[in-house]
Design a protein around this ligand. Structure first.
Ligand code: ZN
Length: 161
């Protein structure tokens, strides 16, 4: 395989599909963390996705640890897994910028999202495929809405409906 093949659309889609399936089958940071400072529950009634996100913010305002529990479709689990992978070690403000970028990428794809915020966003592109399926966008953004809700200290579950 040469470099040109690797960058053709179909191969990229295949790569992203594999990344999603990998995260769905082997979710990272699944379970509980010690002494979470922020938690929030996200519910997507349309699909039946239900997850709880837990985050521990240290005294410097950085996300020291994060995890999620619950169950849902492959997209929602993979997205939560990617989210926790991305935000650990990141300042809270930057994680919330990630929320903006991810939700904008999926809901307003014609906006320029190639902002450099010092975080590797390449894996998030794996979620771009769900744009074509509006009902799945809610699966993909569920964990991110839970993140924002947790950071804002909301106690009621965040629902996509
Ligand atoms: Zn779902």
């Amino acid at each position: 395989m040469n470099a040109v093949d690797l960058h053709s659309g179909d191969d990229l889609r295949e790569l992203y599909r594999e990344l999603i399936l990998d995260h769905a089958r082997n979710p990272r940071h699944f379970g509980k963390i010690d002494h979470p400072t922020h938690t929030a529950e996200g519910i997507n009634p349309l699909c039946g996705d239900k997850l709880r996100l837990s985050v521990r913010v240290d005294r410097h305002g950085n996300i020291a640890d994060a995890s999620f529990e619950g169950s849902g479709c492959a997209i929602s689990v993979a997205s939560a897994s990617l989210l926790t992978d991305m935000i650990i070690g990141v300042p809270v403000a930057q994680a919330l910028t990630c929320f903006d970028i991810v939700t904008q990428r999926l809901t307003a794809p014609d906006v320029d999202h190639e902002r450099d915020i010092g975080i590797d966003l390449s894996k998030i592109k794996a979620l771009d495929g769900v744009r074509e399926f509006p009902s799945r966008v809610k699966c993909a953004t569920l964990a991110w809405h839970a993140l924002r809700s947790a950071m804002h200290g909301q106690t009621a579950p965040v629902s996509t409906e």
